[in-house]
Design a protein. Sequence first.
Length: 175
Amino acid sequence: MLIAFYILSLLAVMGALSLVLVRSPIYCALALVGSLISVSGIYILLNNEFVAAIQILIYAGAIMVLFLFVIMLLNLRSDEDYILRWTTSKVIGLAVILGILAQFVAVFFSSASKTGPMGDYGPEQLAGDGAVGVIGDLLFVDYVLPFEVISVLLLVAIMGAVLLAKRHPGEGEEK
């Protein structure tokens, strides 16, 4: 079981690295699907089949179809446009990413994170209500506002990407 965990985690990390390092957006999307399927396998090893099935159905299925639709809608240019150039915006983006990573590490090692994401739900309540009921309560009762905000943000991001991609060169500039 430990060997399977190491293999799946290695595949997930390799998929995540190739997602960042590969130049073609289609191959990036396929690497993300491979990484998500590996994470689903890790959930199966943890005896959490429901989350594994949701991981595949929602993320590797529906969300990836949406990503591929947006990639095809944007009509991406050739690979020559993806040459790595260190511009000011990329350096600032890298600094922001490192800052977010530092915050994740700080939260992970803080004493408040030791209680776990389930909060007051202990093993007795999980056994009585079931994991699906507890996840439903957390998602649609306790965290309904962040859930809806994220869905609206995804919709706005996709609409913005489509508008930016469909704008013709020179459009919006005053003559």
